[in-house]
Ligand binder design. Sequence first.
Ligand SMILES: *Cc1c(COP(=O)(O)O)cnc(C)c1O
Length: 370
Amino acid sequence: MPRPIHAVIHQPALANNLDVIRARAPDSRVWAVVKANAYGHGIRRAFAGLRATDGFGLLDLNEAVLLRELGWQGPILLLEGFFQPQDVALLEEYRLTAAIHGEEQLRMLELARPKGPLAIQLKMNTGMNRLGFRPDQYRAAWERARALPCVGSIVHMTHFSDADGERGIAHQLEVFDAATVNLPGEASLSNSAATLWHPAAHRAWVRPGIALYGASPSGRHADIADLGLMPAMSLHSELIAVQELKAGDTVGYGSLFTATEPMRIGIVACGYADGYPRHARGWGDDAAPVVVDGVRTRLVGRVSMDMLCVDLTPCPKARVGSPVTLWGHELPIDEVAAASDTVGYELMCALAPRVPVSVATLTTADAPAH
Ligand SMILES: *Cc1c(COP(=O)(O)O)cnc(C)c1O
């Protein structure tokens, strides 16, 4: 028998989430962002669920090639563009759209002189201060790109720092619109948060990532609870032992949890080497939630490499072999992330290679239903 931990990738949830996003931004085409191996879901597994998209956005040339091997004929956007002069030939070979975010990339294009026509997305730094031409340099960069015989089309691109937060996007949108005034071309601005919450930024293309996987850009599940998004990844295991504690007994490394009265705890075959966050809280009022035997309970003690412990007080029938959900349909990943001072993005991306993964396909009758 293998260790009972396993993850499930739900293709119907991915397809549903793409539909939800299309309904939020009905006039935009969608770059489905599948960087980081589709946020830990696996590009191969995610592909069937997302193939109704208009294009895929990612970072790695290898991932782009994989999509072509899977049969994807449509657009593929390299969100960080390319890194070496020799990559330029691959843009042509695999028909990739490259973000061009800096002087060095523009220079590489000018020197490589590919035949083209290449589609590019010229990136402006409107305040995020990671990638992009400064607003006052943008027009000159656009003129240079347009003058290149290999460049077929140029989409204007920027990225928001606070589309999920209080500051919002108005200050960046203002900078973007001012710097592109009278420049022809489509625009691509919105991550998931702007796609869900800032229609003014939808434009020709949106670039959602996290919402496709059914988690919240803000890290707060409440922010997406009513949108109809469904979790695309679930992580499951089982109890492999049960312990009876007396008052004063402690649990796990560092003895971070102390029983105040007699209680039962369950030991789950899942630890940080599986991708469950070690810094999840296993004490106090805001301990991480865990579902055991269909009942919501809480983490106790520190997460170890291969195991974690749960309070069995609310689930008196639980025994060795009882099913455990770490996150998924009955337990939003955002809630586990919040109890670990991080966001769902990080938990998904950290799913460890040792965890066996199965796929609930688009035709499976027991696909999750809301
Ligand atoms: C990752 C990324 C996105 C998607 O962001 P989400 O918050 O996951 O929706 C969009 N655009 C760019 C440039 C990105 O790097």
